[in-house]
Design a protein around this ligand. Structure first.
Ligand SMILES: [Zn+2]
Length: 474
């Protein structure tokens, strides 16, 4: 199957049932970002990066919130419509722009203001510098996600300056601890339960062809897998190691772990992962693997392609639930029979299953009376499957093509990691992670050293929002 037929096939699926959004008679033409607007967005990103909004002592997330608040007020927001709330050592920002039709539920533009710790000594440049060299912005938050957040906020300010008047209200909601405990993420999602939809800049994104600024494909996340930890434990009476018994806790746990290691959860597929495999196959360099990806999309139960796809760590997570052993402890002395042996099993649950159901499946795979299994997941949730909204798909397609050209392939995706979006989804609000920023594969440095982003992104990203936001709120 050629990539062309893969794409054509997709146009008959639900993903492409998006109707064209009729342009309203009174809607203004889409503005073209000016150099002044691009400079404003970059300035905001640099100022944010310079603020050390890292969990722990001297967490300055509230200062990032104050900076964004001041920009919004300067851009025409009433001070009472921009609320910065101190929450412990961190803060949240919620800015409301009322729509002309109060009956419509608001669109939420979501992001986070905190970043992962970065040590000056490990970086080539000051992570809280920030530094621009050869068209590249370096600094903690360049990709995750101060640059993205600044583009989103700037675009909304620009739209207001251009005289845009939303029919549906727009709420900018930025959390302050997404990278750590996500308490503010959950709090914001609960405050904004009545939202119509969430666009989150903290996820998705595009890929440039290696070594160039030529956009290849763009990916957005419409779902994510849930996180779970289960503890396996075996306890024995113990005793002296010179008098071995056959019920040794370490051996019994090891036998259970071998079974978990060999167990394969059933292959699964949903609209997002099916579309992802169909479209991503064309960017797979290995022809055998590309063929397997297409075959898996056509029939997830076909054993040979399934095995090939599951052998690739980049792909296996999109084929179903996965569980792996991640920690192990046991015994208390070299010369004693172990009284206790424990292991942690970490699972990434395919959307649509509860943690209880996955635990029961693991228990069945282990099939042992002596191994106790306990759900020890800390504060995670299993959000339901986000419905694919045709209005979102149509608006996102139009916006990314307006920003980066007609040739960009669009890959709907199911993320394997969590974001603020899961809390909105858990409340029944559809959330899509749709960063318009492109990166080169070898420059993906989120959470890592020398995080960077290419400035060539600024105008296309503003164009993306100038299209997307009105299409979802006019
Ligand atoms: Zn992030």
């Amino acid at each position: 199957m050629t990539s062309c037929t893969a794409l054509r096939r997709l146009t008959t699926s639900a993903l492409a049932l998006a109707p064209m959004i009729p342009a309203l008679a009174h809607s203004a033409p889409v503005p073209v970002p000016t150099s002044a607007e691009a400079a404003q967005a970059l300035d905001l990103a640099q100022r944010e990066i310079a603020i050390r909004s890292v969990r722990g002592e001297a967490n300055r997330t509230a200062d990032v919130a104050a900076l964004i608040r001041d920009r919004l007020i300067a851009g025409g927001w009433a001070p009472g419509d921009v609320v910065v709330t101190k929450r412990g050592e961190t803060a949240t920002l919620v800015a409301k722009w009322a729509g002309s039709d109060p009956r419509l539920k608001p669109l939420v533009l979501s992001g986070h203001m905190d970043v992962v710790e970065a040590k000056r000594g490990d970086w080539v440049r000051d992570p809280f510098g920030p530094v621009i060299e050869d068209g590249v912005l370096y600094g903690r938050g360049a990709t995750d996600m101060k640059f993205d957040g600044a583009l989103m906020v700037s675009a909304v300010i620009d739209l207001r300056a251009h005289g845009y008047k939303p029919r549906r209200g727009i709420v900018i909601a930025f959390s302050g601890d997404e990278e750590t405990v996500m308490a503010t993420s959950a709090a914001l999602a609960n405050e904004l339960k009545d939202a119509d939809m969430v666009i989150n800049a903290d996820g998705g994104g595009g890929t440039f062809a290696d070594g160039t600024d030529k956009p290849l494909f763009w990916l957005w996340d419409g779902n994510e897998k849930a996180y779970a930890d289960y503890q396996l434990e075996v306890t024995n009476p113990g005793g002296h190691s010179s008098e071995p018994r056959h019920d040794n806790a370490i051996v019994q746990l090891a036998q259970a772990l071998v079974k978990v290691g060999a167990y394969q959860f059933p292959p699964e597929q949903n609209e997002l992962t099916k579309a992802w495999f169909e479209r991503a196959a064309q960017f797979q360099a290995d022809p055998a693997k590309a063929a397997a990806m297409r075959a898996f999309a056509a029939n997830p139960n076909d054993a040979a392609p399934l095995a090939l796809v599951r052998a690739d760590p980049d792909l296996v997570g999109k084929t179903g639930t996965t569980c792996v052993a991640t920690m192990l402890s046991g015994g208390h002395a070299e010369n004693a029979l172990p009284q206790r042996a424990r292991a942690n099993i970490n699972c990434r649950i395919f959307p649509g299953h509860s943690r209880e159901a996955i635990m029961a499946e693991l228990k069945g795979a282990i099939a042992s009376d002596v191994v106790k299994i306990t759900d020890v997941t800390d504060g995670s949730i299993t959000p339901p499957v986000t419905p694919l909204r045709a209005d979102y798909v149509a608006a996102a397609d139009k916006a990314i093509h307006a920003a980066w050209g007609r040739d960009i392939a669009i890959l709907p995706n199911q993320a394997s990691g969590g974001s603020d979006s899961m809390f909105y989804r858990a409340n029944g609000v559809p959330a899509y992670n749709a960063s318009p920023v492109f990166t080169r594969r070898d420059e993906r440095m989120s959470h890592g050293l020398n995080e960077r982003v290419r400035l060539v992104n600024i105008k296309p990203a503003l164009t993306f929002y100038f299209n997307l936001i009105p299409d979802l709120t006019k």
